[in-house]
Design a binder for this molecule. Sequence first.
Ligand code: CU
Length: 466
Amino acid sequence: MARFAISRRGFCASLAAGAAFGPRPLRAAEMPDLMAGPTSVQIAPEGYGKTNVWSYGGTIPGTPLHARQGERLRRRLVNELPVATSVHWHGIRIDNAMDGVAGLTQDPVAPGETFDYDFVLPDAGTYWYHAHTNSMEQVARGLSGPLIIAEAASDAPDVDRDEVLMLDDWLLNPEDGQIVDNFDNAMTLSHGGRMGNLIGTNAQYDYTLPVKTNERLRLRLINAANARIFGLRLEGVTGWTIALDGMPLEEPEPLTGPIILAPAQRIDLIIDVTADEGDTAGILRRDDEDTWRPQAIFPVRGRASKSKRAAPSALPPNPRMDMPNLADARPLDMPMEGGAMGRMRGGRMGGGMMGFRDLMQAGQFWSLAGQIGLDETPFARLSRGEPARMTITNDTVFPHAMHLHGMHFRTIATDGTPGPMRDTVLVLPNEKIEIAFTADNPGKWLFHCHMLGHAASGMTTWIDVT
Ligand SMILES: [Cu+2]
């Protein structure tokens, strides 16, 4: 398990000592490497060989990063890929310079070069990290990993085990089991996005986790897929949702209906295994034919020593979870247009107006508030601390998972009730939703669709907080 070999105090003391003699390079223990490079892993079923992928640390999912709330995370990205890259720390309310968005917060890191990521972790919870340079290709090739921030030891929930389940899909050539490399396929960009033909958990299509009757587990589900929305239900367990996108719910919510997990979203569950020894519990996924297939198989082997427990209590809240001040909030309007079967006539791009036909020629299919792709001018400029409420209207026939960098938001129901804090919200076709947040983190923050092909073909904009 990757943990810091040096305490924060120790690090500051060593920096102070070093300062007397001028700057010196950080030692490896203080800035561990995060290697991004090509490797091959067995993800395809038996009979196929290994699949060539790009990964962090040589594994899929990438090296799991673990730290404790309030600590600093330090990693030296070492780019051993044949292409430039950068790392985004998804959901971390981070120092803007460390956000990893090539072209907005940093230059892309060229092959053979390094970049030092060093930032504070204000929140406990389930996060993830992934490439944010040509992410539609780099994430699909495997560049993502879990980032788990533990609560203070005294606040951690009482569970027997804590498991990370990274859900993903892979588009593999059925002939040779290699990744299909038509990442900018106009058909997928203008429709629902790149869907894999091999779906798995932690890069195993038959992921199996043996459990015991009455065992209590914390499950951290992360949707790392490019475009797939997972519809899930659990069997053989009773469960509660305790956090969404890293942020604790005020009260654990009993699991009744299915779980919808859009790309980049996370959900933390507490589950108690109710199935008997010899039975199978698990997580089922609804497939395109509306049948339920196993996403994670939990064979029940033995009985935990403890009997059935009381319902879990809530996680301790993270800092800065106050409700945004809706009365004084700046209204922002975010219509989403485009895609196949859409009504988009054209939009602003590169400082001028372009018609839909020209946009299609340029491989661009979507707009956010009339703008196609990242522009020099932000979608909105907010003062630090200013509350904002944004109406997002999906005028397309496809769902979109909208992600705000640097700050979490709350959805606001039509009756004004604020929902849980999230960093990614699913907006269904023809749906209109409202989100509200306090612009309490200065910097240039991306706002984009996390269907990564949509982001690459128009659905990317930014908000400037000064
Ligand atoms: Cu989208």
